[in-house]
Design a protein around this ligand. Sequence first.
Ligand SMILES: NC(=O)c1ccc[n+]([C@@H]2O[C@H](COP(=O)([O-])OP(=O)(O)OC[C@H]3O[C@@H](n4cnc5c(N)ncnc54)[C@H](O)[C@@H]3O)[C@@H](O)[C@H]2O)c1
Ligand SMILES: [Zn+2]
Length: 382
Amino acid sequence: MMRKGLAVLAPGTGETTIGVKLGERSYDIVIGKHLLDGAGTRIVATLPGARCAVVSDATVAALYMERLKASLGKLCLGDVVVAPGEPSKSFPVLAKVCERLLKLGVERGDVVVAFGGGVVGDLAGFAASILRRGVRLVQIPTTLLAQVDSSVGGKTGIDTPQGKNLIGTFHQPSLVLADISVLETLAPRDFRSGYAEVMKYGLLGDAPFFAWLEEHWPQILSGKGEARASAIATSCRAKTAIVEADEREESGTRALLNLGHTFGHALEAFAGYSDRLLHGEAIAIGMRLAFSFSAEQGLCPASDVNRIEAHLVHVGLPGRIADIPGGLPTPDELLQLMAQDKKVKGGRLALVLVRGIGQAFVEPDIPMNRLRAFLKRECAAS
Ligand SMILES: NC(=O)c1ccc[n+]([C@@H]2O[C@H](COP(=O)([O-])OP(=O)(O)OC[C@H]3O[C@@H](n4cnc5c(N)ncnc54)[C@H](O)[C@@H]3O)[C@@H](O)[C@H]2O)c1
Ligand SMILES: [Zn+2]
């Protein structure tokens, strides 16, 4: 189902373009260095006549807004800057963003530019999808997580006290510009959090890519050489293939992207969507749990669990529930939070399980007694 092998940068250009083929909703993902400075030209080429309103967060705006605005020039209607962090994915902030976009004069033919990490991408993407019944969206992702995952595929949304991303839309962008130079200012912890989603593509469908990550992670983390750009391009190709096969998560293929996410979302909810546990950190623990649970059910070799645990230690990501600082959840707390995730159908809990590295599948009806027993052991393990 997924393309095997590694993406290679086009020689000479230092840029990779990946086409996402979704009929009239098709678009390009461009990955390269210093793309910010040419963003205006590319947006004009993709969406002639559109004016832009930029949505960002305070950290990204302080670092890069001037450069982006210089590139947009007269196209720019203005900006909306929200507070950094997950709490901005909320109804009150969404309302403020929509009202400000209207005040800036965004019309049907204009474009909202989501300029930031996954939080800004999900929030601005949702705002674009409902503003004047839908305006176009350009994603300029600035975190590793946003470049390899959230900016591609069209899922937008906000969180509610009932859970993460429970309110949202599908709204594909018209263009994604992933400028890898901006990752140099990203905090190492945020970079590692995004790396968990890079790992995910290897673990769910591309064992050779995971083996390549086991070899190249030091260069990916340091940013030396071309390994980082290559890892981002391979991740985007993997996500693109899945989104093309199942744009709206209807056939089950797209659900594979949720590897580690039902566990992970429950852990994030338990930790209060806070700095205690970043999204990618929760997903790192979640993927390890999905592999361990699969191994316990006799589905997956224990040696694969060991490889994942070793890799998480190397890159500095957590792998155990006990790695979350500030107290452990009870198994029942976790089960309740997992049941609130979107993967519940007719009272049955579906989970992405694995037959090994690169072999994920959706199990639509998890035996709850086995899951409870597993979580009991995991919540106690230190
Ligand atoms: N829509 C999807 O398909 C999808 C997929 C995966 C994750 N997500 C969502 O993405 C969100 C997490 O995204 P994230 O990890 O990017 O978090 P984030 O957007 O909160 O960014 C992390 C931190 O990095 C800062 N930052 C961003 N770019 C920077 C840069 N270049 N230099 C310095 N600092 C920078 C931000 O201000 C923030 O403090 C979650 O809400 C998750 O649900 C969505
Ligand atoms: Zn994720």
